[in-house]
Ligand binder design. Sequence first.
Ligand code: 3PY
Length: 253
Amino acid sequence: MIPARFAANLDWLYTEHAYLDRPAAARADGFAAVELQQPHLHDPAALKAALAGLTVQLINAPAGDWASGERGFAALPGQEATFRETTLRGLDLALRLGAKRVHLLSGLADDTPEHRDTWLHNLRWAAEQSPLPLTVEPINRRDMPGYFLHTQAQALALIDALASPRVQLQLDLYHCRVTEGVSLSHLSRALDLGVLGHVQVAGVQERHEPGGDEFRDELALLDARGWPGGVGLEYRPRADTTAGLAWLNPAAR
Ligand SMILES: O=C(O)C(=O)CO
């Protein structure tokens, strides 16, 4: 059995299976939890049935037309109606699937006062609507050029300005390492501030499985602090998903 804190990201793992077969594959490998990046592309009733028995730690709200480059709307002036519509769709689906939290993407925009104001205005509205915790995630600009929310300091400042316990930090240790060079100190700070909503992990070199003891200290810190949240496995398996799970075995770390 895989420790309950680890969630298989079903848009990145088990891609050797059809989407609706991936929950069963995760269950068979011993996962108790999953996270979903683009669940809105699938039939909600069929998805709910396929997910039976699994905890859905996180889903993303729809972020627009991914193929044409859209990456969410929170920081985009003039797109407030789209932000609201996609947020409500994400929340509706999260409630149907019993998901614990919803990730709202920020969009591609420079970090300017206008974009920050738009982001704050939109997130304030979302926090008021939402019965569920919402997360926001700094994403590195090597992988997602031009993404608005990209540093930990920027995310912490915005979350602080919102002052709503509904809006939490999604700390992807991979994005954090790529952007900041280190991740343990950022994780520790987020825990100290009480803003950590969700963690994700991937090997820093090529976004495959983490290697060796790559995040041993970070995972040990979460355990030591008794943090109750989930850690999503959001990486591109080198080959077979199941064989690649060997890194999760503490004896192998
Ligand atoms: O690309 C990522 O890291 C994301 O989590 C987008 O949802």
